[in-house]
Ligand binder design. Structure first.
Ligand SMILES: C[S@@+](CC[C@H](N)C(=O)[O-])C[C@H]1O[C@@H](n2cnc3c(N)ncnc32)[C@H](O)[C@@H]1O
Length: 151
């Protein structure tokens, strides 16, 4: 990150050192909480999740899909998104849409959204206030097309 500072907006985090400290603090809080109450955590690995259908109101996935576009191929992304949608009866939100090292959206996002529609999943891209990666101020919001409460 220090050697690629131009790929990041230094507004939420002042500089790489403050970013490092805040991430370390978050990691320590996470580790402390797992020691306090491990029952709140369930280990799983996409593209399969150990949850029944429609189990969650809201599913969040951050800095995995799209971020590691070089490590996970298109089919992994498609299968992972379908699986994440399987476990919610509400909404899936995925952030960010910019792969690590890039400054624009995952290149096959349009094809992926068209693919998801054939699985009755409507994916919309919305702007968000937070932007750390340059160009990374968009979020994917998915809902089931059969969900008539969707706007
Ligand atoms: C960069 S971290 C992001 C962590 C957190 N979501 C965040 O935004 O700060 C990527 C996370 O994805 C997890 N991960 C890697 N492969 C995965 C997979 N196949 N299924 C689910 N999680 C995976 C890693 O263990 C790691 O915790």
């Amino acid at each position: 990150m220090r050697s690629h500072q131009h790929l990041y907006k230094w507004t939420f985090f002042a500089d790489p050192e403050q970013h490092r400290l805040q991430r370390r603090h978050a990691a320590e809080r996470f580790a402390a909480h797992t020691r306090h109450d491990l029952s709140r955590y369930v280990a799983g690995r996409l593209p399969r999740l150990p949850f029944p259908d429609n189990d969650f109101d809201l599913v969040l996935s951050s800095h995995l899909l799209f971020s590691y576009a070089r490590d996970f191929d298109y089919d992994f992304h498609r299968r992972a998104l379908i699986e994440l949608m399987r476990v919610t009866h509400g909404e899936l939100r995925v952030f960010p849409l910019v792969p690590i090292g890039a400054v624009s959206r995952y290149p096959r996002l349009d094809a992926l959204l068209a693919d998801l529609r054939t699985h009755a999943i409507d994916g919309r891209i919305i702007d968000v206030d937070y932007e750390f990666q340059v160009g990374g101020n968009e979020m994917l919001v998915c809902r089931s097309i059969t969900d008539r409460s969707a706007p």
